[in-house]
Design a protein around this ligand. Structure first.
Ligand code: ZN
Length: 248
């Protein structure tokens, strides 16, 4: 395979070039949650030529996933395949040069360090706050950048969390909200277009972080597609944050 030919539309792009493409081929990422956001992210990173992608999720594909989870099909749902296995088999056909590590695992504070410690960047494809706080704290301790993302209805948010500099998720919300205190996709729904938008932003931010592009965005980006509204919200690192405050 001629790498420069395969990626020529990326290599000619001013932010990447041949050197950047070679760096992407060595880049390592973990995607936590391989549902709507996670499949959009994985599709993007693997097509862009990331060298290693770890996929972590414990769920199986269901028919109601197909409206928005872009790597799965009706056969995966009928067979009840694990999402990470269905995704890995599809991704392997898209780009055989990416090393894929599917892990059927429910992420929690006890296992998260083993999933995020050996990669360049961690991407949030999860749908629950306990997992996000576990990622936030482990990545903060280990000095790994991670990218928060969440979607609901037509709306989504995303924020880069850079180790040592913050702000992090605990600067934004010190503790995870109580389950039941917030709306969920089960009641509000979720449009596949918002998962594609937020997943694409997470993926391009991961590329910029890997390539060392200057000044990764620190603001919280909030998007509502039905109202066509885009907002950037400045979040200050909190002195009382147990992750960021200690470093100040
Ligand atoms: Zn913080």
């Amino acid at each position: 395979m001629d790498i420069l030919d395969r990626y020529r539309r990326q290599v000619v792009f001013r932010g990447i070039g041949a050197e950047g493409q070679a760096r992407l081929a060595r880049a390592r990422a973990t995607i936590v949650g391989v549902g709507a956001l996670g499949t959009a992210i994985a599709n993007s990173l693997v097509r862009a030529g990331f060298g290693f992608v770890r996929l972590v999720d414990s769920d199986r594909v269901e028919e109601s996933n197909l409206q928005r989870q872009m790597l799965f099909d009706e056969d995966d749902a009928a067979a009840g395949r694990f999402k990470v296995e269905a995704a890995a088999s599809r991704l392997a056909r898209i780009n055989s040069a990416t090393a894929l590590e599917p892990r059927v695992l429910r992420v929690d504070a006890s296992n998260v360090e083993g999933l995020v410690g050996d990669v360049d960047v961690v991407l949030d494809g999860s749908d629950n706050f306990d997992v996000r706080y576990a990622m936030n704290d482990a990545c903060g301790r280990l000095g790994v950048p991670w990218i928060y993302g969440g979607v609901l209805g037509d709306s989504g948010v995303t924020m880069n969390v850079m180790p040592r500099d913050g702000p992090c998720l605990r600067c934004l919300m010190p503790e995870a909200p109580e389950p039941g205190s917030f709306a969920t996709p089960e009641t509000i729904g979720v449009l596949n277009q918002i998962t594609a938008v937020i997943g694409s932003i997470e993926a391009v931010e991961a590329m910029k972080i890997v390539l060392g592009s200057p000044g990764p965005r620190r603001s919280l980006l909030s998007i509502s597609l039905w109202d066509t509204s885009f907002q950037e919200i400045t979040i200050e690192p909190s002195a009382s944050c147990p992750i960021c405050g200690l470093r100040r």
